[in-house]
Design a protein around this ligand. Sequence first.
Ligand code: NAI
Ligand code: CS2
Length: 490
Amino acid sequence: MIAPQCIEAMPKSGRIGVVHLGLGAFHRAHQAVYLERYRQRSGDGEWGVCSANLRSSVGLVDGLRAAGHRYHVAEYADRESITLREIGVIEETLFSGRDGAGNWSRDREALLKRMASEDTHIVTLTVTEKGYFLNPASGELRDDHTMIIGDIASPQQPRTAPGLLVEALARRREAGIAPFTVLSCDNMPENGKRTRQAVVQLAEHQNAELASWISSKVAFPSSMVDRIVPAMTDADFERLAALGVTDPNAVVCEAFTQWVVEDNFPMGRPDWEAEGVEMVADVAPFETMKLRMLNGSHSLLAYLGALAGIETVFEGVNHDELRELLRRYMLEEAAPTLEMPEGIDLDAYADSLLARFANDSLRHRLQQIAMDGSQKLPQRWLSGALERSAAGQSSPCVALGMAAWIRYTAGQDLQGNSYPVDDPLAKRFAELNQVYGSDPSALVAAYIAMADVVPSELAADKKFVQDVLAAYQTLTQDGLDGALAALERH
Ligand code: NAI
Ligand code: CS2
């Protein structure tokens, strides 16, 4: 049996300097690991974390409490080399979502107090793209969304991440306490700017003075985050048990980790550089590179693979033609749209991504990546395709991806197996499929016309629309192999 390298957590400091919204798998394996490593190296106990869930996973909040806020992260470089970390930097977990009786009361007040506390210097977020309530194509706040309407009507009882941020900042302003820095760690382009947009626009609906105070006083640095952290499976827990770890709150991930952060923290921050965090003046090129190359490839694999009954990234990348599609997409359609600082080799980056996808220790399910496509595709595929379209270039790999996404949202793979479509627009997809399902041309036109997903200038590119339709027809008639063969001839 392989003996992992084991690293124990530091004793608890009992101090909290960071509040995190979105206690999911990624936070446990990324931000918390950086903070634990920082604490171990420096002995500085000021940056303990209060981590909260706003919506789901009350079980994890309570599970961590029961475990004394200690859990394990297993980092797999490959099958032979595993680092097992115990993490203790999370000092407190809270749940501000709906309780069993449907009330939004449980720990909301405790969370707001914690966010408004003088000791809290940074609020980090991983609430998924949809947790910001922004129109994915335009980046504007969705003030027609029932959750946002609720937060506008009852600002002191917020239910959304932007609502909590506005209320906590309002309390700090009222109390004369300087604002915390807001650090989004979600996979969105210019995630700092987008978070600012959500928070300021929501505040404008409530109190114009507060909105202008937030706009001028609060720092919203952007960050690019990267580490593949799949949702846990039974097999993952069994593997951990074989290593001697029985921990219901554990997570597994790849050994690779990256964090590029815009260095704008007026309230101070841990010395993250020493842990390998890249503190830079402009994150945008790194974010765009990662979103288009890594996440764009993931989404291509997710929709095409899921339709063909392929279950994981590992299996998908071992399909020769799919792997070649990813390479072609990255090098011919994504990389040429990127303007990187000197020294970044995009060919080498593409190779490194394919190697990471081939990590056979991870069971990263394609259905997990396929979730929330309406929120992900604008930044992963469509902004790049739009730039190419403006330059008179076609994007056949993205067109095939769009065809696969449209077909995927029917909720049935090419063999007729059903699965749930998990997306904030799932209801709209079901309606479109019902009305236009037997008319590919009308169906594709209806999807392309969704202005909150597809930029209107791209929707107006007739060649792009034709390519999506042709790919949709080949995919549905000749299957994945037929569609990939047709692309090769393109
Ligand atoms: P997860 O499924 O384990 O956790 C999702 C978290 O988001 C939970 O805390 C959930 O309560 C919260 N959430 C979902 N919808 C919400 C809403 N409408 N409002 C407020 N909170 C909401 O997922 P995981 O792996 O933690 O990923 C979360 C996000 O982290 C991703 O969407 C992505 O933006 C980012 N990320 C994830 C990576 C990964 O490999 N898992 C890598 C890089 C970034
Ligand atoms: C994935 C990402 O779920 C998804 O959509 O593409 O979570 C991906 O694993 C991470 O961004 C890797 O850093």
